[in-house]
Ligand binder design. Sequence first.
Ligand SMILES: Nc1ncnc2c1ncn2[C@@H]1O[C@H](COP(=O)(O)OP(=O)(O)O)[C@@H](O)[C@H]1O
Ligand SMILES: [Mg+2]
Length: 250
Amino acid sequence: MSGDIIRPSSVGGEAVRMRAVDKFFGEGDARTHVLKTTDFDAPLGGLVMLVGPSGCGKTTLLSVLAGTLNADGGEVTVFGERIDRMKAGALTRFRALNIGFIFQQFNLIPTLTAGENVSIPLLIQGKSNAVALKRAKEVLERVGLGHKANERPSKLSGGQQQRVAIARALVHEPRLVICDEPTSALDRENGVLVMQLLRDVAASADRTVIIVTHDSRIYSYADRMAEMEDGRVFRTLNSPDEIAAEHRGH
Ligand SMILES: Nc1ncnc2c1ncn2[C@@H]1O[C@H](COP(=O)(O)OP(=O)(O)O)[C@@H](O)[C@H]1O
Ligand SMILES: [Mg+2]
């Protein structure tokens, strides 16, 4: 489901650099090593896909680079800042300004309308209700949901909720957009719509999109692909040609 793909004219510099990152869950006998001294990079101005089997640690890796989960070892640098060393308040501000996160479970607030959900990142940045809601409606238009701005999430299908979550991650134009399975609930047409939006973001020389996916229909949108297994990134494919060669027929 590719179509015309606009890629950034120059991919250069780093948005994300993870080095030797470890993450454990649980205690004692139940302690499991989920990220196993792994590296991961994403360039400025590019769209990176992170792929691998269920349970290999993809969501955990995204959470560590978004700063919502602390690493137990290693270095996590986002736009030149060591976020693993930031104090909680500074990290919260850094995230609110720079990162948009599309969660696997959407995480919409059930008591708020679609428009109000999408306006949250702007309210956190101190924009007025009126300004935030107007901008939220514009972004909802772009994901084909302008007419649903006043509905609550329970009135929307899974695919519509997913698009609201995507609008919320983009509304404040963060430099880093992180998406956990953004097309999992979408049909072909809406999958193309969402991927074109995410490609537009990645076409800016200073913005980066990182997508965890199982959906081989969207592999052709990637500039780079990191392949993960058992807690580590074991290979990175550095161009669309390399990705196509390794994942032909998918
Ligand atoms: N909060 C948690 N507590 C304990 N174990 C967890 C937690 N989150 C994830 N895990 C475990 O870590 C492993 C990796 O999970 P996850 O990062 O969600 O994988 P993926 O996104 O690739 O499917 C899995 O074995 C999962 O059960
Ligand atoms: Mg996951």
